[in-house]
Design a protein around this ligand. Structure first.
Ligand SMILES: Nc1ncnc2c1ncn2[C@@H]1O[C@H](COP(=O)(O)OP(=O)(O)OP(=O)(O)O)[C@@H](O)[C@H]1O
Length: 259
């Protein structure tokens, strides 16, 4: 089931109120969920030099929802994820997080929000190579003020939960790609974020490791009502999402229910 051009806003529609998004109690054919989204981008435009990465894309992410962003290489998926995660400021349009205009926040408040409310997982290299898996996962807790012993204990529980047992004292270079990626997920989730941004989290993994990572991510998201924005090229990975939004040339070309 697919709906063409259902969600491209225009930058003038960027301001969003509850009334905009709360007009129905039924899920529409695109799978869009009623009620105020946790995170929304409206009419997002981002240009790099002569390259128009986003040309007015709009997308909504709800609590507990796993949303796959798909599309050809260069269609703007990562740029959209970066705008929604507050890592890149759009040239036009609005990003609203929990009722607050994210794109207009001062850098200090934005960094704080990213630390407290968001988790990120990328394709490669986000673990600190000098630290063990345990210390990598404990780090965000320590940065948030948790003491080292408690942070390490909680990190150990998260690693266990993600099936990283017996390798907690290994450094990332000593682990398999799948184990390292599950440790990276544990690190993204250990602080209890409301939203997780995963850009090709399984891009460097074989299909078994990819399945293990996605199962762990989907399970935790459901259990803790965490919203997940997932950029992927892989249809098998996108199948873990509740909904798929397909980008083409910087705008939303289609969205459909996948679950
Ligand atoms: N930091 C940047 N500097 C210059 N151009 C950029 C930058 N980031 C993205 N672009 C350009 O914007 C367009 C969209 O890129 P983006 O990475 O968002 O697409 P994508 O769909 O994630 O691609 P891929 O699947 O290949 O990762 C591309 O033409 C890209 O070259």
């Amino acid at each position: 089931m697919s709906n063409e051009d259902v969600s491209n806003g225009n930058a003038n529609d960027a301001d969003m109120s509850d009334a905009d998004t709360n007009t129905t109690n039924t899920t529409d054919p695109t799978g869009r969920v009623p009620g105020r989204p946790l995170l929304a981008g409206r009419g997002l435009v981002k240009t790099y030099g002569r390259s128009e990465a986003l040309r007015g894309a709009s997308v909504e992410l709800h609590r507990g929802e796993i949303l796959a962003l798909t599309g050809a290489s260069g269609s703007g998926k990562s740029t959209l994820l970066h705008c929604l995660a507050g890592m890149v400021r759009p040239d036009a349009g609005a990003v609203t997080y929990d009722g607050e205009r994210l794109d207009a926040l001062p850098e200090k408040r934005l960094s704080e929000l990213r630390r407290t409310d968001f988790g990120v997982v990328f394709q490669f290299g986000q673990l600190i190579p000098e630290l063990t898996a345990l210390d990598n996962v404990a780090l965000p807790l320590m940065l948030a003020g948790t003491g080292r012993a408690e942070a390490r204990e909680r990190a150990g529980q998260w690693l266990e939960r993600f099936g990283v047992r017996g390798q907690q004292e290994l450094r990332p270079g000593e682990m398999s790609g799948g184990q390292a990626q599950r440790a990276a997920l544990a690190r993204a989730l250990v602080t209890g974020p409301k939203a997780v941004f995963a850009d090709e989290p399984t891009g460097a993994l074989d299909s078994l490791a990819s399945e293990q990572v996605m199962t762990a991510l989907a399970h935790t998201a459901r259990e803790s009502d965490t919203a997940v924005l997932l950029v992927t090229h892989d249809a098998q990975v996108a199948a873990y999402a509740d909904r798929e939004v397909r980008l083409r040339d910087g705008i939303v070309a289609a969205q459909e229910v996948t679950a």
